[in-house]
Write a protein that binds this ligand. Structure first.
Ligand SMILES: [Mg+2]
Length: 364
């Protein structure tokens, strides 16, 4: 884990060594062996493998998420801290959806030569990795999950691959397949904020000059655009989404949910996934949706990357108004699936209509 890639050229290798040293020292500075042991990490960075030690009644949950420049983020748009935060948030949100406790994170980075410290860098880019790690490790610290290893290579495009491991009580994990007709549907937090934030970011990029590749040289801009401080709040849901780990754990501990999924692709798409796996249909009340400030109904229905939890609970369940400090809102119900009938309907002031899965397609 985190060993040197022998096949790379000398300058890249030097840059890589520096980067590895940087990562190790940052992780060390952060970590306490005791805290790691508590999470379930028995051995972290430094050997050929990390070692995880689960309790006897636990199962290991594993999820992997790829973040690619111009697909899931834009070097030209997103502050490096946000790229690091979002890469980890995606994995943590998947653990949250299963009700798993994070154990350890693994990070594989593919970076263009000019983003590797020590290599020939353009001015202002040297700090990119340091700032990326800052964002990633801040979120890791907040969730008590150690960075336990990974890999590093030079790559024509920037790629961050995150593997998250978690632990969940045996046979207690929240699945997509457990929803039953008659269950109520709930979401945590508010919806559409990430899509509204992305729109704002797009507007900022359009205002700024040359935020795309230079048409002559096909080179990327050398630094991500500056985010005005007054927009920080409006952009937070997009740049720094908060995975609902504590809420997923509470759902399992209190036995509240029959099924769950995290909202990564958008409510319409993720609800279809849940219905498919549970072999049920669903109705959503448009008026009940907790729409984020600055977001529209469309954002709430189809905007992706809110990383809230969508879950079902049997009708008799007494649902608290909040879980670990985050509001819970009842948004609809699970129904029997009719053959050839639509999976998801939306009930609004103008009546009932089919809700197609039109989740957000990132930057495609
Ligand atoms: Mg997911």
């Amino acid at each position: 884990v985190w060993r040197e890639e022998k096949s790379l050229g000398n300058s890249a290798l030097r840059g890589e060594r520096e980067l590895l040293a940087q990562i190790r020292s940052r992780v060390r500075a952060r970590a306490g062996a005791k805290a790691d042991a508590k999470s379930g990490l028995a051995l972290g960075i430094g050997d050929d493998c990390a070692l995880l030690r689960l309790r006897p009644d636990e199962e290991l949950a594993v999820t992997t998420d790829l973040s690619i420049d111009e697909r899931h983020f834009r070097l030209a748009w997103h502050p490096p801290e946000s790229v690091g935060h979002r890469a980890l948030a995606r994995g943590l949100s998947d653990l949250a959806a299963m009700g798993a406790r994070p154990v350890a994170a693994f990070l594989s980075l593919g970076l263009p030569a000019d983003l590797v410290p020590g290599a020939r860098t353009g001015r202002g880019r040297e700090a990119w990795v340091a700032r990326f790690l800052e964002g990633l490790l801040a979120l890791a610290r907040a969730h008590g999950v150690p960075l336990a290893g990974g890999d590093l290579a030079e790559s024509p495009i920037a790629v961050a691959d995150i593997v998250l491991t978690g632990a969940v009580r045996r046979e207690r994990a929240l699945l997509r397949s457990g929803a039953r007709p008659g269950d109520a549907l709930y979401v945590t937090g508010s919806l559409g904020g990430a899509a509204a934030g992305l729109r704002l970011l797009e507007e900022l990029a359009a205002q700024g000059s040359k935020r795309g590749r230079d048409p002559k040289t096909n080179k990327r801009p050398t630094v991500s655009m500056r985010i005005p401080a007054k927009l920080a709040t409006a952009l937070a849901a997009h740049l720094y989404p908060q995975p609902r780990v504590a809420q997923g754990l509470a759902l399992v501990r209190r036995g509240l949910a029959s099924a769950a999924i995290d909202l990564s692709d958008g409510l319409s798409t993720d609800l279809h996934h849940l219905c498919e796996e549970s072999d049920v249909a669903a109705e959503v009340d448009a008026d009940a949706l907790p729409i984020a400030d600055g977001a529209t109904l469309e954002d709430a229905l189809h905007g992706g990357e809110d990383y809230e939890l969508l879950f079902a609970a049997s009708e008799g369940t007494r649902m608290p108004r909040a879980l670990a400090g985050v509001p819970v809102t009842r948004i609809g119900r699970v129904m029997r699936r009719r053959r050839n009938g639509p999976a998801v309907m939306l009930l609004g002031a103008d009546g009932k209509r089919v809700l197609e899965a039109r989740g957000w397609e990132h930057f495609s």
